[in-house]
Design a binder for this molecule. Sequence first.
Ligand code: IMP
Ligand code: MG
Length: 176
Amino acid sequence: MIQLHDKHFVPFIKAKEIDSAIAKMAQEIAEDIDEEVPLFVGVLNGAFMVVSDFMKHYPKNCEVSFVKMASYEGMTSTDDVKELIGINQDLLGRTVVVIEDIVDTGNTLVALKSMFEAQNVKDLKIATLFFKPEAYRQNIKIDYIGIEIPNKFIVGYGLDYDGLGRNIPEIYQLKD
Ligand code: IMP
Ligand code: MG
């Protein structure tokens, strides 16, 4: 068991399982995108670790960039999604794959989608390592999902609780 600030967390998903889920997503995406050179866009801060491992599993030419969004305060998602860092490159006609660490309510996805559509991309796909189906409140299609999890707060592998826990290589779940 680990403690971050005032909360305790217990082991939930092992590093090996995370890695296989990412490898599988990378394979699927590589099969779906044939001739194009996709631009993978990681959503900071949480997705830095998944993007790094994802890239190592992606077998074809690709580019990478990052945006920074913030909506979470402590353990609750808010409707107010702020764009802290945007994309400063021409996306006209590009195939863009957004890479998220986790999709919870989907509020962040709504903001991301309108941001990329405004830039006239050719194709926009969404990939997320973790997905909480019970918390999802949007109807945007998520094209690639690594692992579905119950609606419980998790930390590790890039995910934080008020700044802490991102460096933990495995996923921990809030203790009841
Ligand atoms: P959404 O906008 O509610 O879908 O939330 C998306 C963002 O909230 C994610 O990209 C994470 O940064 C953060 N988040 C959602 N669920 C969790 C969690 O269980 N642990 C840590 N961060 C989370
Ligand atoms: Mg995030």
